[in-house]
Design a protein around this ligand. Structure first.
Ligand SMILES: *[C@@H]1O[C@H](CO)[C@@H](O)[C@H](O)[C@H]1NC(C)=O
Ligand SMILES: *[C@@H]1O[C@H](CO)[C@@H](O)[C@H](O)[C@H]1NC(C)=O
Ligand SMILES: *[C@@H]1O[C@H](CO)[C@@H](O)[C@H](O)[C@H]1NC(C)=O
Ligand SMILES: *[C@@H]1O[C@H](CO)[C@@H](O)[C@H](O)[C@H]1NC(C)=O
Length: 455
C-alpha cells in the first residue's frame, strides 16, 4: 500500500515537471514571435478583458477596443484552433490569458500534496500557453465549499501566493494573476469567517467580479432578476473593499448575454422558482432551468417580445415575459443602455476595468448579420471608450477640444451608441453628480448600514 502510494506520488511529480519542460519549448504558432510574452502595456491603468467561452473565430474582433483575451479553462493547447487564439492575440499585440479552475475542496492546506499538484498543473498551463495572465476561477470553490472556514481562506491565499511566486520564477516577464471571484466575498456581512486581505495584497493582481454569479451565491429566495442587479453590485463591491480589496484592482465582469428563466410561479412581473434540493454548483441553487441567450438569439427568436420589453430602473436592465404553451418564462438581458450604465460605473468608481463575458455572444450562428458586421458588432457595447478616457490624465476636464473631435469621429465611425457614451463621459465632469454613497471618502453606505442593518 505504502509502496504504491509513493510510486504514484513519484509518477505525479515526474509528470509535473517533465511534461511542462518538454512542452514549454513548443510554440504552436506559425510565427514563433507570437509565442513571445506581451511587452508593451499601452493602457497601464485600465483593462478591458474579453473572455471567450469556446469560440476560436476571434480574428475579426476589434482588437483595439480591449487589452486582453482570456481563454476558458477547457481549452487545450494541443487543439490547433484553440491554440491559435493565443497566436492571434499576441499577433494583435494584446495580452493573452488562460483560465484554470480552483477545484480543490474540503479543508485546504497549502503545503499538502493536493495543493502542490494543483499548483504545478496551473503553472504548467500558463507555460504551455505562453500566457501573460493566469485567470484563476475561484467561483467553483466558493460555490461548492459552503462550509469553508477562515483557516481555509488563509490557506487559499497562501496557495495563490505560491502560485504567483512560481509563475514569476524563471521568467523575465511579469505573469499576472487574475482571480475570478463571486459578486460578494463569502464572508460578507455578519459572518466573520474569512479574510481576503492576504489574497488582496500578495496573490491577485486583479479581481474579476463574475457577472454570472449574482443569482447563485447567497440569497434565499429564487427570484429571476437582472444578471447584474446594481444594488447587489454596489453591496458586493463595498464588502470586498471592507476586506481589503481596493477598487482599482476590481474588474467588473459584464455579461453580453442574458438568461431565459422558467418560472414555477409568476405574478406582477415576479418570476420565482423552487430551490434545488441538491447543492449542485453547476446549476446553481435555484431550479430555474435557466438558459443562456445571446443578444443575437433574442433579436432572432424573440423579436416581438423584445419590442415589448420593459426596463427595470432599480436593476438597470431590460426584461420581457413570454409564455411557451402553458409555461411562463422571463428573459433578462443587457442592451446598450444597461451596458452603458455599467461602463459609466467603472469610470466613476475608478475600477480597474471591465471584463466582457463573452466575446462569443456576438458571433453565435443566430446572431443577425447586422450585429456581426464589423463596427456595428463591437460598437453598441462601447467598452473601448474606457481605454480612450484612460489616456487622459485623471484630473483633466474630459470636455476638451480633442474629446469633442473624438465624439464626432466616434459617432461617425462607430455609430450612435458609442457616440452617446462618448458624450456621456465627456459631459460627466460638468454635470455635478453626487458621490456614490459608498465611496471610500464619503463613507455614506457604511454609516447607513451600521445605523439600519435591517433595511
Ligand atoms: C499541512 O500539510 C503538511 C504536509 O503534509 C503537514 O505537515 C501539516 O501538518 C498540515 N497542516 C495542517 C494544518 O493540517
Ligand atoms: C456544512 O455544514 C452543515 C452544518 O454543519 C452540514 O449539515 C453540511 O453537511 C455541511 N456541508 C458540507 C458540504 O460539508
Ligand atoms: C529555473 O532556472 C534555474 C536556473 O537558471 C534552473 O536551475 C531551474 O531548473 C529552472 N527551473 C525551471 C522550472 O525551469
Ligand atoms: C408547445 O406546444 C406545441 C403544440 O402543441 C408543441 O409542438 C411544442 O413542442 C410545445 N413546446 C414545448 C416547449 O413544449
Amino acid at each position: 500500500m505504502e509502496l504504491s502510494m509513493s510510486s504514484r506520488m513519484l509518477l505525479a511529480v515526474m509528470l509535473m515537471w517533465l511534461v511542462p519542460l518538454a512542452r514549454s519549448a513548443q510554440c504552436p504558432c506559425k510565427d514563433a514571435k507570437d509565442c513571445d510574452y506581451h511587452t508593451r502595456d499601452s493602457h497601464p491603468n485600465k483593462e478591458v478583458f474579453v473572455f471567450n467561452k469556446g469560440t476560436t473565430s476571434v480574428s475579426r474582433w476589434h482588437w483595439k477596443s480591449f487589452t486582453a483575451l482570456i481563454a476558458p479553462a477547457d481549452f487545450d493547447i494541443n487543439q490547433k484552433d484553440q491554440a491559435s487564439t493565443m497566436c492571434i492575440t499576441h499577433g494583435n499585440d494584446r495580452k493573452f490569458g488562460i483560465s484554470v479552475k480552483m477545484d480543490l475542496t474540503g479543508s485546504l492546506n497549502s503545503s499538502d500534496e493536493k495543493a502542490g499538484e494543483w499548483l504545478s498543473s496551473a503553472v504548467q498551463r500558463q507555460r504551455e500557453w505562453h500566457a501573460d495572465i493566469l485567470n484563476v476561477d475561484l467561483v467553483p470553490y466558493f460555490l461548492s465549499d459552503v462550509n469553508s472556514t477562515k483557516e481555509d481562506h488563509s490557506q487559499l491565499a497562501l496557495i495563490l501566493k505560491k502560485l504567483r511566486d512560481s509563475l514569476n520564477k524563471n521568467t523575465s516577464h511579469i505573469i499576472e494573476v487574475s482571480c475570478m471571484a463571486p459578486w460578494k466575498p463569502p464572508c460578507a456581512e455578519t459572518s466573520n469567517t474569512c479574510d481576503f486581505s492576504w489574497i488582496s495584497m500578495d496573490a491577485c493582481d486583479y479581481f474579476v467580479l463574475n457577472g454570472d454569479s449574482f443569482l447563485d451565491v447567497g440569497g434565499d429566495v429564487c427570484r429571476a432578476g437582472a444578471t447584474i442587479p446594481l444594488p447587489k453590485l454596489y453591496y458586493g463591491m463595498n464588502e470586498y473593499q471592507a476586506h481589503q480589496v481596493p477598487l482599482n484592482r476590481m474588474i467588473l465582469g459584464v455579461p453580453w448575454h442574458g438568461f431565459d428563466y422558467t418560472c414555477s410561479s409568476f405574478g406582477n412581473d415576479v418570476c420565482t422558482a423552487e430551490k434545488n434540493d441538491q447543492e449542485d454548483s453547476s446549476n446553481g441553487k435555484c431550479d430555474f432551468k435557466k438558459k443562456f441567450v445571446s443578444f443575437g438569439d433574442i433579436m432572432a427568436n424573440y423579436n416581438e417580445e423584445y419590442r415589448l420589453r420593459e426596463y427595470n430602473d432599480m436593476d438597470n436592465a431590460p426584461f420581457f415575459n413570454y409564455k411557451d404553451n402553458a409555461t411562463q418564462h422571463q428573459v433578462w438581458f443587457e442592451d446598450a443602455a444597461s451596458l452603458k450604465s455599467k461602463y459609466r460605473l467603472v469610470v466613476e468608481l475608478k475600477l480597474r476595468g471591465v471584463a466582457v463575458m463573452y466575446g462569443d455572444d456576438l458571433v453565435s450562428l443566430t446572431t443577425p448579420e447586422t450585429l456581426v458586421n464589423d463596427g456595428v458588432m463591437w460598437s453598441w457595447v462601447a467598452h473601448g471608450v474606457l481605454l480612450e478616457t484612460a489616456h487622459k490624465p485623471e484630473k483633466t476636464d474630459l470636455h476638451t477640444a480633442d474629446t469633442v473631435a473624438g465624439v464626432g469621429v466616434g459617432c461617425l465611425l462607430l455609430g450612435v451608441f458609442l457616440g452617446v457614451l462618448f458624450t456621456c463621459l465627456a459631459t460627466k465632469k460638468r454635470v455635478k453628480k453626487p458621490k456614490p454613497a459608498f465611496h471610500r471618502d464619503g463613507g455614506g453606505m457604511d454609516d447607513f448600514v451600521d445605523e439600519d442593518p435591517d433595511l
